[in-house]
Design a protein around this ligand. Structure first.
Ligand SMILES: [Zn+2]
Length: 273
């Protein structure tokens, strides 16, 4: 099941809320371990900074007792209370409170209510609620082994690029009119993995963020080696570069992202066998 759940980045609060019950179900199914008790063990190689799920986290998250004031569900209900106050009388009528106390009921109520208050909630309360959702999401996702994708830095400003459909979009500029965006890993692979060598000028024109100076620096520090040197139309020597070498240096997370997808496919195939 973990393989079917996709990591949701922190700016998609509503989607995180919607996914929480499925993660908690998975946590129940895993019974406190990472591997389903009724299926083959799914091997995940260790990730930097990750820890084995800690029993206390799992106990905390799964504590859904109605009288509990400290479990994961109680924390989510704290968020709901902030949202409820922000809704005002009209909004409260539009979003009647859930009648049962469960992750499913709470999230089904919270997701649409969150969308209603997202632009009107006082900033302090909004930030506190957002933090709580993200904390819950991160610890629950971590406990079932759902990992964030490898970071791909933006070649123009070094912020993180995230996949949005078939594009890679820079998180720092995503809401600005001139956002930094690039084709996603699948498109990049199709376009560039086996593409014919490019001259320095062609590479600078075709690949975002590439300059002659950058290529020269990479060559001088032995990060990249030109395929060969040819004479340009004007008789000047120019170097030919393998495009995929440049892509790998421009978007260092892409190779990891592709390797990770391969590994997930292998995991799925192994699990099905
Ligand atoms: Zn950027």
């Amino acid at each position: 099941m973990t393989d079917q759940l996709e990591w949701i980045p922190d700016w998609r609060n509503t989607d995180r809320i919607r996914q929480l019950p499925a993660i908690v179900d998975e946590l129940h199914a895993l019974d406190g371990t990472r591997n389903p008790s009724d299926g083959p063990a799914i091997h995940h190689p260790p990730v930097f900074g990750s820890k084995a799920p800690c029993d206390e986290t799992v106990t905390f998250l799964l504590d859904g007792r109605e009288d509990s004031h400290w479990g994961g569900l109680a924390r989510l209900q704290d968020v709901s209370r902030l949202v409820w106050d922000a809704l005002g009388p009209d909004g409260q009528q539009q979003h009647p409170q859930p009648t049962e106390s469960s992750w499913e009921a709470e999230c089904a109520w919270l997701a649409p209510a969150w969308l209603t208050v997202v632009n009107t909630m006082p900033e302090v309360q909004f930030k506190a609620a957002q933090q709580q959702i993200n904390d819950l999401y991160s610890s629950a996702a971590h406990a079932i082994g759902l990992r964030p994708p490898h970071r791909i830095p933006c070649p123009e400003c070094d912020s993180t690029l995230v996949e949005d459909g078939d594009m890679l979009v820079c998180t720092a500029t995503r809401w600005q009119p001139f956002r930094h965006e690039y084709p996603g890993p699948a498109r990049m692979t199709a376009d560039w993995m086996h593409a014919a060598p490019l001259t320095t000028q062609e590479a600078c024109e075709a690949i975002p963020g590439i300059t002659e100076r950058k290529l020269r620096l990479w060559r001088d520090t032995h990060k990249i080696t030109p395929v060969t040197q040819i004479k340009s139309a004007r008789g000047r020597p120019t170097q030919l570069w393998r495009p995929w070498d440049i892509i790998a240096l421009t978007f260092p997370g892409i190779l990891e992202s592709l390797a990770r997808k391969d590994e997930e496919i292998t995991d799925c195939m192994t699990a099905e066998m």
